[in-house]
Design a protein around this ligand. Structure first.
Ligand code: SF4
Length: 217
């Protein structure tokens, strides 16, 4: 397992590789970001970014989305995976924002996770990107990369991965590290073809060394 110091060494190398890592979902407000993140569950950011311009043009606010006809919401997001459930969730989410929060997205995890379609990961993305509240959202890329590098145990749950990262990374770097780990996983240490042979972290990655050995044998 990589200790705190080695974890920060690994992250420093990733920061150098991806100095401009940021959230890739398009939005113009905390509300739009919240909706985009709900839509991005088990879907790519690219597919969400293709659908949200029409959705947000028609329904830019909680008021508008809460009153939107369900058929039209479905039509606007049907290219995104799980669109029927997501359509229900974003409409209900908009309604709950109006009913309980005066139409304002709450800047607290405790309140965010009460909204339909919002789990801890979604709440953490919104906290970090919309409100600048330190948080680490563990998605498939963050989990894969941290396990390959043995920053976290291989059998760690998503909650344990998050807790381990929060322990090993200084709080002021949580949001930056979250985005950097996603970029590193999305564009370099990918699920199917990690670029181990040109990886600046190879010397500290047993997984990468084992992969290269296996391909050479
Ligand atoms: Fe990922 Fe390979 Fe780099 Fe390890 S060496 S971090 S598995 S790309």
């Amino acid at each position: 397992m990589l200790n705190k110091e080695k974890t920060m060494e690994a992250l420093s190398r990733m920061y150098e590789m991806f100095p401009r890592a940021i959230g890739e979902l398009h939005s113009d407000s905390p509300f739009q970001l919240l909706i985009a993140v709900i839509l991005s569950a088990q879907a790519t950011d690219v597919s969400v970014n293709k659908a949200t311009p029409a959705l947000f043009a028609a329904y830019p606010t909680p008021e508008a989305l809460a009153q939107a006809p369900m058929d039209d919401i479905v039509a606007k997001i049907r290219t995104i995976g799980l669109y029927r459930n997501k359509a229900k969730n974003i409409k209900a989410c908009a309604q709950m924002l109006l009913d309980n929060y005066g139409g304002i997205v709450p800047a607290s995890r405790e309140e965010l996770v009460k909204l339909p379609g919002v789990g801890r990961k979604t709440a953490n993305v919104v906290l970090g990107d919309a409100f600048g509240v330190p948080a680490i959202a563990v998605d498939t890329h963050v989990e894969r990369v941290t396990k390959r590098l043995r920053i976290c145990k291989l059998n760690a749950s998503v909650t344990e991965v998050e807790a381990t990262l929060m322990r090993k990374i200084p709080k002021e770097l949580w949001v930056k590290s979250h985005h950097t780990l996603i970029f590193f996983g999305r564009y370099h240490c990918t699920a199917r073809s990690p670029k181990c042979e040109i990886c600046p972290l190879l010397d500290m990655c047993q997984d990468g060394k084992d992969r290269l050995k296996a391909t050479r044998n």
